[in-house]
Ligand binder design. Structure first.
Ligand code: AN0
Ligand code: CP
Length: 318
């Protein structure tokens, strides 16, 4: 595996989940695979889970790990070619990428959507330069349009908890005070369709996601209808994707907060969220603390999704 940015990169999803579950049974079975190999994790944005789970996954495989927070202590990086660099950016990505690549064997990149220029975000301007210029296997640790390590962990979690072959999985928008990227819902929609689930997406009008990611899912504007019979409820906020409102907050309507009344409409559904979550905006205390909440096992599975991806990258790039 040379890159991991989308569900297509993992190949047969059911085989990947099976491999992940085997890794989970004995996460130290491959502790020599990464010997003398170095992972560089590069963060343009904050992280708790991705940082720790990916580092832990690499350590399980015997790798060395270097972590760089680009905006804390490194030179500010210019990403645009042709710019006269007379501003606050001291270094260009076109030098920084091959330099960083010379010190490591695999690179993980976190670079969120700017939510200002849709074309720039949806062409994955930063991540694609790493893929093009590093010469090393590159994986997304949440880029502008997707968060595949999260979606992979989410699918592993659903597979561990589902009681039906084809569960009804509802992705619901929920309110949040700041504009957030579409990366998490994009990937969750794409991966859960690929997993073969009955996927329903519900949100206020104006919050339609890119059809590139939601193909195969049903968009249901009637929230009650969407939740009816749901086996899994996946809550997430995102900002608008449509051209006129790109990156904007169109609603903070707290009737969309997932509460006990919402969950009562489901078929005793499990509750999921990628975290970090704002309580009583996205979900009430009662729902996130209930025995049906999967937020902690879901986060724990981030170690497993990362280890599966790193293992495959190590195996195919020796
Ligand atoms: C980020 C997002 O919504 O994409 C990261 C989620 C994993 N969330 C926040 O910035 C709060
Ligand atoms: N879910 C997730 O990616 O969390 P972090 O932003 O804390 O890494």
């Amino acid at each position: 595996m040379k890159k991991f940015t989308t569900v297509a990169d993992i190949g047969d999803l059911h085989a990947a989940v099976a491999e992940a579950r085997k890794i989970k049974e004995n996460r130290f079975a491959y502790k020599h695979l990464g010997e003398n190999k170095t992972l560089l994790m590069l963060f343009f944005n904050s992280s708790l889970r991705t940082r720790l789970s990916t580092q832990k996954a690499a350590m399980n495989l015997g790798m060395n790990v270097m972590v760089l927070d680009v905006n804390q202590g490194a030179w500010k990086l210019e990403t645009e070619r042709g710019v006269i660099m007379d501003g606050d950016k001291a270094e260009h990505l076109l030098e920084a990428i091959p330099v960083m690549a010379s010190y490591c064997d695999i690179i993980g990149v976190r670079s969120f959507a700017g939510l200002v220029n849709k074309e720039e975000d949806y062409t994955e301007k930063v991540l694609s330069q790493f893929i093009k210029y590093s010469g090393k296997p590159v994986f997304s640790m949440e880029a502008a349009t997707g968060h595949p390590l999260q979606a992979f962990a989410d699918i592993i979690t659903i597979e561990e908890h589902k009681t039906k072959e084809r569960p009804k999985v509802v992705l619901t928008w929920a309110p949040h005070p700041r504009a957030l990227p579409q990366a998490v819902p994009n990937s969750f929609a794409q991966w859960s369709v690929a997993a073969g689930y009955d996927v329903v997406i519900t949100h206020p009008r104006g919050y339609e996601l890119s059809p590139e990611f939601t193909a195969g899912a049903t968009i249901e504007y009637d929230r009650d209808e969407a939740f009816d019979g749901a086996d899994f409820v996946y809550a997430k906020n995102w900002s608008a994707f449509n051209d006129a409102d790109y990156g904007k907050i169109l609603s903070t309507d707290r009737t969309w907060t997932v509460d006990e009344a919402t969950m009562a409409k489901t078929d005793n559904a499990f509750f999921m969220h990628c975290l970090p979550v704002r309580r009583n905006m996205i979900v009430t205390d009662d729902v996130i603390e209930s025995p049906r909440s999967l937020v902690i096992p879901e986060a724990a599975n981030r170690e497993i999704s990362a280890q599966t991806v790193l293992k495959r990258m190590l195996e195919t790039n020796r």
